[in-house]
Design a protein around this ligand. Sequence first.
Ligand SMILES: [Zn+2]
Ligand SMILES: [Zn+2]
Length: 606
Amino acid sequence: MAEIIGVKTPQGILDLITAKELGAEIGGANLPIYCDNSPESLAILRHSSAHLLAQAVAILYPDAQFFVGPVVEEGFYYDFKTSAKISEDDLKTIEKTMKKLAAQARPIEKSRAAKSAATLKYQNDPLKTEVLSRIESEEVSFYKQGAFEDLCRGPHAPNTKFLANVKLTKLAGAYLGGDSSREMLTRVYGIAFADSEALKTWETQMAEAMRRDHRKLGNDLNLFKFTDEIGGGLAIWLPNGARLRSKLEELSFKAHKRRGYEPVRGPEILKSALWDKSGHIKNYGENMYFTEIDEIQYGLKPMNCVGHIAVYESETRSFRDLPLKFFEFGTVHRHEQSGVLHGLLRVREFTQDDAHIFCREDQIAEEIEKILEFIDRLMSLFDFKYTLTLSTKPAKAIGDDRLWVKSTEAIESVLKKHGEYMIDEGGGAFYGPKIDVKITDAIGRKWQCGTVQVDMNLPERFDLHYTNAANERVRPVMLHRAMMGSMERFIAILIEHYGGELPFFIAPTQVAIVPIGEAHNAYAREIANELTLNEIDVKIYDRDDSLAKKIKNAEKTKVPYIIVLGDEEVKNRLVALRDRRERTQETMSFSDFTAKCATQINKETL
Ligand SMILES: [Zn+2]
Ligand SMILES: [Zn+2]
């Protein structure tokens, strides 16, 4: 049985040290927190590990001063400063010292003091003085292990022996208190678990995630790049990446046409007066870019809605015309802080597979149902599991309450029919409730992708209408929806989901053609032409290399099919096919191979 390190009381979580100090019995409403990998236990272990980190730093760098060491979503960190220059290599030494300290199994003790006494004690320590200035209570507490003591309100494990399964993960700089006008401190991140198995499992997952990192694979496979010269968060699509992207766009385009969507296009920049009218400046302005033309202010679109509204307004609409579904690969720009940019996952320019459906109130439920069917098809095409979350009215919202209630109910009625879903209270868009699609990739990570949003507000602001059977003006409802969401983000997820082994129907290069010698080049080119006419992307490896080298080069690109051509193949119009995914080899006629490719592509439709 694991040891007890804390107590969950109706008033909150106490570490065992504080529980003993306050004489809180374990039992009844007070539940024990065991040293295991439960969230409560990990919070105690990880925060205690932050102190262990500080203790090790204090031993290795005697002039170190410490700020704060909180628990974060993925582990913990401690911010400190020292005259020494800490490098990634030093993390290993610090970690080793931490493990030694944990092995000493020192009890962790708590004491209390008046804040004024603490202020006096830390008068020569500006960082702790800063921490004290943020504490409101008149009494503060200290936790001590060995010779190391730190100002802290806890919670802490009762002994350093619980902190053996710790690992330092990252070195970073952090402004004091997150304020960019203050000094830069050293931040070291780490993670801790209750047992060595959990740590090992985490390490394996991290290694797998690193192997699949889309930034690394994007570079290895020549898909895309970012340069300082062009600017942060602005992707350059290299030929391989652009082929992958255009295959996805083609699939999506056809799927939309089949479902009655009309392709449309709006401009990238629109007058700011329109963004005022739509409410974007007030509610989203801080994320927008602006420019001026002939002394009139324009805004780069952060969303495609306003352009599609202009399409709706281009004709008078009758109840018989609805629903109208306008679709666009809409490129949008949004200001993101440079610190959060992350490969294709967080960029400043991206393209959405965006559509707006204008319908009657009585059509909302049916249209949402059709969208959910579409989403289901998309998810199964790429073997994604997914969950749906209904997000309701946020604090910062526009539009009247009746409309909010009505649209939320419409969504909920469909979700109930569809199956399980979650609710995120207050997580809705500022203009309406929404459904978020979260996908789970091959290694169990969750990603936010598409959304469906009901909006009864923009039609109001733009005074949109249609005429009903009685020839009266009626307000339509607008549904915003994106399936893949951002193409950039979706492609990043696909790359990580497949570990770069993209399936045949979207692989940038689908077939690598390897002629054994110069005598086989002509046949290779003939085959390449024919496959290209059949919309298959090919690459010929006819450089003057050995056969083994040519095949190795082709394999490095993770191409699904490699066909090798020698005398026999040329003579009988055959191909010797190597399937990289299935690890099989077979010889077949070229016409059978073309048919095989066509079948593979045709079965993967949306
Ligand atoms: Zn603490
Ligand atoms: Zn929209």
